[in-house]
Structures are given as structure tokens and as C-alpha cells.
Design a protein around this ligand. Sequence first.
Ligand code: PEP
Ligand code: MN
Length: 337
Amino acid sequence: MIIVLKPSATKKQVDHVIERVKQLGLKPMVSRGTERTIIGVIGPEDILRVKNLEVVEGVEQVMPVLQPYRMVSKEFKPKSTVVNVKGVKIGGKKLAIMAGPDSVETYDMVMNTAKAVKRCGASILRGGAFKPRTSPYSFQGLREEGMRILHEIGQKTQMPVITEMVDTRDIDLFEKYADVIQIGARNMHNFELLKVVGKSKKPVLLKRGLAATIDEFLLAAEYIVSQGNFNVILCERGIRTFEPKTRFTLDVSAVPVIKKLSHLPVVIDPSHASGTWEYVAPLARAGIAVGADGLIMEVHPNPEEALCDGPHSLTFKNFKTLMQGVTKVAEAVGRTV
Ligand code: PEP
Ligand code: MN
């Protein structure tokens, strides 16, 4: 960390900062210029409490030299992480395609969707059983029954399953029935939930919060990884901006930025980002073009009748067309589907 003192800082103020650093057991490297004094400090930045130092009298600026996250950073692990979900790899040359309905509604609709998406190249089946709905009056999911249905269909179709967890008390259910635990955008800041899935060995797909910065997103991932679970997949699913024409704004630039900062794989969710089925395919292609390791998308046998997220759900036919387009882009950027 570098502490820059104001040109007007008095000797007393400079000495106070030096003393503060020493009190914390760290060594200040003082450089006194003609204009101002600069203090370099090597040591853990959380001990130094950057924010507190910034308001000390005489201090102009405090510049951290390390990223706030450690174990998810490229510095900590330069080699990219490949998450292995029952043999399906996320983060390698081959793209991971996850697809299925927003919610498990009935056995038959999930089974039909699973077969359809698998035929088109999907390797992981999605389906929500615990739904974090904005309104308490909206469909809340089939809960445990939904988990059982998804699990059974996953086994019959030989597709690992991904489903969202919203409550720490459900961990045993997820250990039993899920292959990937999804942490939804609304729960990215639920640190107790992050700690619980961090203690699990199950892969976790962590979605970016509706208004989370990339640093906040990576710190949320750090919560999971720091508990011992390195099997984390990051998911960019659109953020809140001033633009109302799409449900959220897909931040495609997050992909190369995260790839530069972290070793974790990144996937794109073009469905929730757009909110409209017509935009899902172009956003999926954009995601792959910028280097995403895969996609997670919503597909429904009859979107008109979907209990949740019908407007952006793809029909089987539209999903097939999307996959053809994604395959071409994948080839162009040296990936396979
Ligand atoms: C979902 O995957 O159905 C979902 C609710 O996604 P998000 O958390 O990104 O809104
Ligand atoms: Mn959904």
C-alpha cells in the first residue's frame, strides 16, 4: 500500500501515520520529497484498514497495491480453473451449454425439455425448484418435489443438473439432488449462503448481483473459495442500467475483464439479461465471441404457458437455431461446442 500525504501535512501528522503503521506491526518506508511525503507499506491491507487511513488528517490518498480478493485472483493461481461436473468440463476448449426451463413445473415438461436440449448439444440441465420471486404472490417453485423430479430426469437422460439454492437450511437437499448449486443474482450478497456452499464440495455457479461491480462479484466468489471450494463458475447475467428496452444490460465486457483478473471460468446467461426471447441468440453469440466458457439458457416446451420467465424462454426450435449460430461463433474463436 502507498500512503500519499498532503503537501500541507504537518510533521506531527506525518509522524502520526508512521506511528499507526508501526503499531500494526508493519514497516513504513518513508520517502520525503520537496513537495510531499510518501509512505510505502508492505503487509496485509485488511490489517491496515485502507478506508480508515484515508480519513486521517494529513493523508491525501491511500493506494492499495494488491487486489482485494486473493484466492480467486490470477496472481494466486495463474492457470485457469476447469470445473468438472460429473465429466462435463467448464473452462476448457469445449463450451459448456446449460439449458432447461426456468422452473420445474411437471415431470413431463422437464423430461421433454431435457431431451430436446440434449439433442441440440446441451450437456447440463437447468431447472429451478426454489424460486426467488420479486412478488410473494408469484409461483414459488415445487421446492423439494421439484428437486426430486430434476434429479431423476438428470439421471435418466445422463445430464448433470443445476438448480438454485436460496436458503442455508436446504444444504442437505442440494447435496443429495443437485450436481451444481446455483446462487442467484439476488443472493450474490448473501454471505452466509456463500459460506455454506463454500464448505460443500459441489460445484457452484455464482451469478453476478443485479447491481454488483466486478470487484464485488469477485469478492462474493472469494467467500466461497476461501471456505475451501474452488469449483466456482462465475455467471454474467446482466446488470441494472438506465436502459429499459432490455430487462437488464448484458455486460459483455465483464468477460475479458474477469478473465484478466481471475482464474475462474465465466459463463453468460443471455436469457435473464435480455428478458425477451428474440435477443437471447444474438447475446449468446456475443458472449461466446468475447471469450465466455459457456452459456446458461432457459428453454420451455410452450413459453406462452410458462409459470415463470416465459417471455425470454426459447422454444425447442428457437434453441436449435441458437445453437447453430453459437457453433459458428465458437469455431471462429477457437472453441468447440
Ligand atoms: C434463474 O436462473 O432463473 C434466475 C432467477 O436467475 P437470476 O438470479 O440471474 O435472476
Ligand atoms: Mn428464470
